[in-house]
Design a protein around this ligand. Structure first.
Ligand SMILES: [Fe+2]
Ligand SMILES: [Fe+2]
Length: 353
């Protein structure tokens, strides 16, 4: 029961309840499991249950123009489905298991009974709702709106040009970053540095890493062959160009999300041995998120066809990563990838070009 108790203590909805009250609460939830690839619920369905993740990982998907878009990942200790229960609205998004998953489930009826029976739970529900409302008010504040406008404008300007990297590459890269961060966070040395907000944020901002490339002129960016030394120097400016763009957003809103975006954009071509660009930073002087990003990006590039090379197979790509550990890549991060290479292969296979 101890573990279950810890799980419940970490959930906002139950955090107002004293420990001895949590046990009878926890007992109202029944265990339920979902096979990898199956849906817990689908967007638009009537909500009749909420869930707490005990083991495994899920993905939140929302239907958009051109297919489903991944909105978030859910990990152990997170609850989901509660907002639709509280608001009595249809499911806003679908949730799918990406590994075998174990959850605790509570029915709408039991949830309603809890609210009725225990005023402290009732208060917790109110508090969660008020907090969410406050967050959305903050989002509407002038500061953030300005930043958003600047960001949208900057991206729109860049999008007028053409980025040769595919959407599938961006999706794979953010999943590698998510997976690397998640695995690293389990190591004692990284536990305090890689928090759940870090993991969620790197997932959101990593697709922006190459936005500066669209500021590179077409004859270099779209050249159908290997670049000359001079052309490569031009290409290298993409990290500084992209960072400069996002810098305007950071200046108007120094929020963690934008700061991390700046870091991955500016420093994703730095090397652990100091031989990268644009600054030639070495070791831990390179921000952690950029060291993670660098490995994710290169791993995917190795597996992809480029104008100057064929795609390498899984074996050769792994060998190159192992060889670059400690020189090109942070050895801790490379080790985590090598120890769990199957997970990265799975991500690659799931998001084909
Ligand atoms: Fe890049
Ligand atoms: Fe990339």
């Amino acid at each position: 029961m101890k573990e279950l108790l810890e799980l419940f203590k970490g959930i906002e909805l139950f955090s107002g309840l004293p420990e001895d009250e949590l046990v009878p609460f926890a007992e109202r939830f029944g265990p339920v499991s979902f096979d990898k690839g199956s849906h817990v619920f689908r967007e638009g369905e009537t909500a009749d249950k909420m869930y707490i993740v005990v083991k495994g990982e899920l993905v939140v998907l929302k239907g958009m123009e051109g297919g489903e878009r991944e909105l978030a990942r859910l990990m152990e200790g997170e609850c989901f489905g509660e907002m639709a229960l509280i608001s009595m609205e249809k499911r806003f998004a679908s949730v799918e298991a990406i590994t075998d998953v174990e959850c605790l489930e509570i029915s709408e009826q039991d949830f309603a009974n809890l609210v009725k029976e225990d005023h402290r739970f009732d208060q917790s529900v109110m508090r969660v709702l008020t907090d969410r409302l406050r967050v959305s008010e903050d989002l509407a504040s002038q500061n953030i709106m300005n930043a958003y406008h600047t960001l949208i404008f900057s991206l729109a300007t860049l999008a007028e040009n053409r980025d040769p990297e595919t959407g599938a590459h961006l999706n794979r890269v953010r999943n590698y970053c998510y997976c690397l961060s998640n695995l690293l966070s389990e190591l004692p040395a990284y536990r305090d540095k890689i928090t759940p907000p870090f993991i969620k944020t790197i997932y959101i901002v990593s697709p922006l890493h190459d936005i500066g490339k669209v500021g590179i002129k077409d004859d270099v960016l779209l050249k159908p062959g290997r670049l000359t030394k001079e052309e490569f120097e031009v290409m290298k400016t993409h990290s500084a160009i992209g960072a400069e763009t996002i810098k305007k957003v950071v200046d108007s809103c120094p929020h963690f999300t934008f700061q991390m975006a700046y870091s991955v954009i500016r420093y994703h071509h730095e090397r652990f041995d100091g031989k990268g660009y644009p600054e030639g930073l070495a070791g831990e002087d390179i921000p952690l998120e950029a060291r993670i990003m660098a490995l994710a990006d290169v791993y995917d590039a190795l597996l992809s066809k480029r104008v100057y090379k064929e795609s390498f197979d899984y074996e050769k790509s792994v060998a190159i990563i192992a060889e670059g550990s400690g020189t090109q890549f942070d050895p801790d991060i490379a080790q985590v990838m090598l120890d769990n290479i199957d997970e990265f292969v799975t991500i690659h296979k799931r998001n084909v070009d």
